[in-house]
Design a protein around this ligand. Structure first.
Ligand code: EPU
Length: 434
């Protein structure tokens, strides 16, 4: 029942430190299941998706302890195949990585169909195509995915993905790492977190080449050994602060980033008139007094990320002119538009295209966080709007942004986390202002 209560009209100023990448971490945690030894993983983001995956591993028998706030030690040496906690698996998308990791380690896997944000149909047919090509029998029954190898081992294969899929690319990499022989994935996704997963596995003894290109080659190895690894900074968390700084007309130094991963976002923001300066591991964003309209098409990396589509839409509501956003990855990622309309935004949606009549003055309203990135968009809109915005369902936001409210308040935002456990009873309680 927690909600964010945002007093708008603030301007973000100062410095913010970006956490480890969610979409790398949620693959690297299942990958640790394949390692017979101790993995020390640094820059682990403190978000509910990683907490759930660590709980799943712990329930499978892994020994897990935090060495400091963002460094976790995982030892899966004594893990044996057993049923994983289905209630947790159902809640997260990334539980599909347990199929690849369990198949690789044990020769069979049983998971639930993955959960995650609802952007319309999100099939896993390319994951199944990959596992089947590697020699597994995959069956979906009663909401569960069962995958089994005939002889306890997967066998390398050549796999062409019909659709560029981040999840399928990473899942096949996981499965193929301990397979017999060589696997080649063609038409692979190229996101930075795919390179990060491959680097993690290689540092534990795997032989993966070409991650970050559309052809990934994996020579299967017998075993993975323990080691240390630091997860890359989160491209989308960084992009969200960049857009928030630009939308509020502020000036923010965003630290612990890889500027190359942000080029697609920096280029779009520069088109709006925002000044983006790159340093070694930081970017400085200075908002313009008059933001200009832009057209955006989301695409797999290195295109403009679909996960940045809702945040930039919030910015374009207040930019001058008419902007067009075309969603190139998902069928249905504009559900949050209704929430922005409650704040005075003028947006028409037709299928995968949204037309935003900018230059509107947004006003605070009670709204929903429809999903993780839609929630971030509502926070940006709330900071830009006049008056008070109350956002419900903020648990979605906490799946992917570490200490979002604390980091924004340190930059000058005015956001309270309020527990409305008993609405109207007078027992509403402010549980955080930072
Ligand atoms: N697709 C298929 N078949 C498949 C797999 C995907 O048709 O077997 C389709 C999807 O329906 C979608 C497109 O291919 O239209 C791309 O999906 P992809 O597999 O790349 O997405 P994903 O692995 O399910 C990950 C991230 C998402 C991010 C996308 C795209 C994780 C856990 N999730 O999802 O992250 O939007 O890649 O970059 O890594 C987020 O962080 O907010 C988030 C939703």
């Amino acid at each position: 029942m927690e909600r964010y209560v945002i007093n708008g009209g603030t301007c973000l100023r100062g410095e913010v430190e970006i956490s480890g990448a969610k979409n790398a971490a949620v693959a690297i945690i299942p990958a640790a299941l394949m390692v017979e030894g101790v993995c020390v993983i640094e820059n682990m983001p403190q978000i509910s998706d990683t907490e759930m995956l660590l709980t799943i591993l712990r329930e499978l028998g892994a020994k897990i302890r935090f060495l400091n706030r963002s460094t976790v030690e995982i030892d899966c040496t004594s893990v044996r195949m057993q049923d994983a906690p289905y209630d947790l698996m159902r809640k997260i998308r990334a539980s599909y990585y347990l199929i690849g990791a369990m198949l690789a380690r044990f020769g069979h896997a049983k998971t639930t169909m993955p959960g995650g944000c609802n952007f319309g149909v999100r099939p896993i047919d390319q994951h199944i195509k990959g596992m089947t090509a590697l020699g597994a029998d995959v069956d979906i029954k009663n909401g569960f995915v069962y995958a089994d190898t005939r002889d306890g081992k997967l066998h390398g294969a050549r796999i062409y993905l019909d659709k560029v899929s981040v999840g399928a690319t990473m899942n096949i990499i996981l499965a193929a790492t301990l397979a017999q022989g060589r696997t080649i994935i063609e038409n692979a996704a190229r996101e930075p977190h795919i390179v990060d997963l491959a680097n993690f596995l290689n540092s534990m003894g795997a032989d993966i080449r070409g991650a970050g290109t559309d052809t990934v080659k994996i020579n299967g190895v017998e075993k993975l050994h323990g080691g240390s690894y630091a997860i890359i900074p989160d491209q989308i968390e960084a992009g969200t602060y960049m857009v928030a700084a630009a939308a509020t007309g502020g000036e923010v130094l965003i630290k612990n980033v890889i500027p190359r991963h942000l080029e697609c976002i920096s280029a779009k923001l520069r088109e709006t008139g925002t000044i983006v300066s790159e340093y070694g591991d930081a970017v400085l964003v200075k908002g313009a007094s008059n933001l200009r309209k832009v057209n955006v098409k989301t695409l797999p990396y290195p295109g403009f990320p679909t996960d940045m589509q809702p945040p930039i839409a919030a910015l374009l509501c207040v930019a001058n002119g008419t902007s067009v956003i075309t969603e190139g990855v998902y069928d249905n990622r504009f559900k949050y538009v209704n929430e922005l309309r409650k704040m005075g935004a003028e947006i028409q949606v037709d299928g995968r295209v949204a037309v935003i009549e900018g230059g509107r003055r947004l006003t605070g309203a009670p709204v929903l966080a429809c999903d993780l990135r839609a929630g971030a968009a509502m926070v940006i809109a709330g900071m830009v709007a006049q008056g008070t915005t109350v956002i419900e369902d903020v648990h979605y936001i906490e799946r992917g942004y570490e200490n979002f409210v604390g980091k924004l308040n340190a930059l000058g935002a005015d956001i309270r986390i309020v527990d409305f456990a008993e609405p109207g009873s007078g027992k509403e309680k402010i549980i955080s202002i930072g």
